[in-house]
Design a protein around this ligand. Structure first.
Ligand code: ZN
Length: 251
């Protein structure tokens, strides 16, 4: 089994020699507020960390990640009312992904894995993936990490109850995963003490009204997040990702 290599650590000759067989993996995140207890990089830190845990029967090269993301929305815990949340337009993200994947395909890469950490990116990444697959003949698989988590694992890791993905912003799973991947970047003493509150369905309004997201910046309580839960989640998701690579990009 292979552990992944980072493209930024390879010489051009090493990359050339790896290209014919390898799978290129790329993480896409966001620059978005994640509460007072975590940095703006959470949506990238998690998929980038997960890629490093892949175990595959074909070498994987991890390409430099994409930080900037599609517009953050209040419905998923973001929005434009928090300083630091810095987004690009959806079509810019599509074009950026398309350019990067196409240029790697031009060099001979035939297999790509894109792992996304920010909900709002999904449609824009898929659009780029479809276009690159059609134009280059390469195969592109896109996965949102949270869609790979089974409900039985959530029940086991969060015995206090899992409130649901729609309120999972800087809360149980993201905080736990960050405690595992980057413990030094999580300030547990700043985890907001707030009752969990589910969002009511509502329309998207522009300009965005203030106050749609609690002033803490998190949608549900992050109390109950632990490093152990983060480790369990990370191993579970990395295993699922490794299986996706085997099923869709190798066999
Ligand atoms: Zn997030």
């Amino acid at each position: 089994m292979y552990s992944p290599m980072k493209m930024t650590e390879m010489s051009w000759q090493q990359f050339r020699d790896a290209l014919p067989d390898c799978i290129v993996a790329i993480a896409v995140g966001s620059v978005e507020q994640h509460g007072p207890h975590m940095p703006l990089s959470v949506d990238l830190d998690i998929p980038y960390g997960l890629l490093g845990m892949l175990k595959t029967t074909v070498p994987v090269v991890i390409a430099p990640p994409v930080y900037y993301a599609g517009a953050s929305q209040p419905a998923t815990g973001g929005g434009s009312h928090f300083p630091g949340t810095t987004s690009i337009k959806g079509y810019t993200l599509t074009q950026l992904m398309q350019d990067v994947l196409s240029d790697l395909a031009r060099q001979g890469c035939r297999r790509f894995l894109v792992v996304n950490g920010h909900f709002e990116n999904t449609a824009f990444i898929n659009e780029a993936a479809k276009e690159v697959a059609l134009s280059s003949g390469a195969k592109v698989v896109v996965a949102n990490w949270w869609e790979l988590v089974s409900s039985s694992v959530l029940d086991e890791l969060f015995p206090g109850g899992f409130p649901g993905w729609e309120v999972e912003h800087a809360s149980l799973t993201e905080t736990s995963l960050m405690l595992y991947f980057r413990p030094e970047a999580v300030h547990q003493e700043l985890v907001p003490v707030q009752a969990g509150k589910k969002h009511e369905p509502r329309p998207y309004v522009f300009p965005e009204p203030a106050g749609l997201v609690p002033s803490s910046g998190i949608l549900f309580s992050a109390e109950g997040a632990t490093k152990q839960a983060g480790e369990g989640l990370a191993k579970h998701i990395a295993e699922a990702l490794s299986e996706i690579v085997e099923d869709h990009l190798i066999s």
